[in-house]
Design a protein around this ligand. Sequence first.
Ligand code: AMP
Ligand code: MG
Length: 278
Amino acid sequence: MALKPLKPGKRIALTDDLATDDREPKGEAAEALIAPLIERLTEQQVALYAEGKQALLVVFQGRDASGKDGLTRKVFGPLNSQGCVVSNFKRPTEYELARDYLWRVHQAVPAKGTIGIFNRSHYEDVLVVRVHDLVPKAVWSKRYDQICDFERMLTENGVTILKFFLHISREEQKDRLLERLHDPLKNWKFQVGDLSERKRWDDYTEAYEDVLERTSTDYAPWYLVPADRKKTRDLLVAQVVAETLDRMAPQFPRVDPEVLKIARQWERETTARKRIDE
Ligand code: AMP
Ligand code: MG
């Protein structure tokens, strides 16, 4: 079953039970479906690149350890890196803070012909910024509409936008954070800040509920991804991306008739010369 875009203006209570969906394939069954989808994505990417007229922007948001990195690696890692750019949004630098919050985001919007992945995004400016009071409410509360306006402008200029919220349960996050602590290969990912963010679970829940309610639009929809199961998560996202690229229907450019003429002439000449040589 494919994910459906969230209806604009609809409020969803982000309860833990929404982090799994037993109707969806999981484990090996999901894995078997992902492989051909990734194959399809690599083919679609060639057409998008060759056409060079439109771009696809994929936004990933989710709590710490919700799988933004793993999903990016699994689904987009196999694509041609010449046409697929991943942008990470960390705490803004002083230089970035001296400018409007969309400034750094706009620069990372994918070029025509390419796919851009946002691992975190401008939504942090109504999530972490709101939860930690980094700017006054009077400032962040205006951002929902500003973000919608920004995204509408982009879509009217050839950028198709998909937004995925990777929803994990409290229990699953605990397990993944513990794994980061215990596994020497994952240690580097653990940040003390992850624990203080976890303490603010309910504040983030409310902030995310507002984001989904106020910024899912017909032109740049949010998808709620049950993300407790990694393979199900990857499959559901890959499906939406592949379907969207189908709908974008990039066309290979036709060969210029002048170029074709030159090619035919050259072909005639080389084959004639070959005959003489023989
Ligand atoms: P990570 O995704 O684990 O590399 O962590 C990046 C951190 O940067 C997260 O804790 C984000 O909440 C934080 N971050 C991203 N954007 C902003 C922002 N606009 N303001 C403050 N913190 C941010
Ligand atoms: Mg982190």
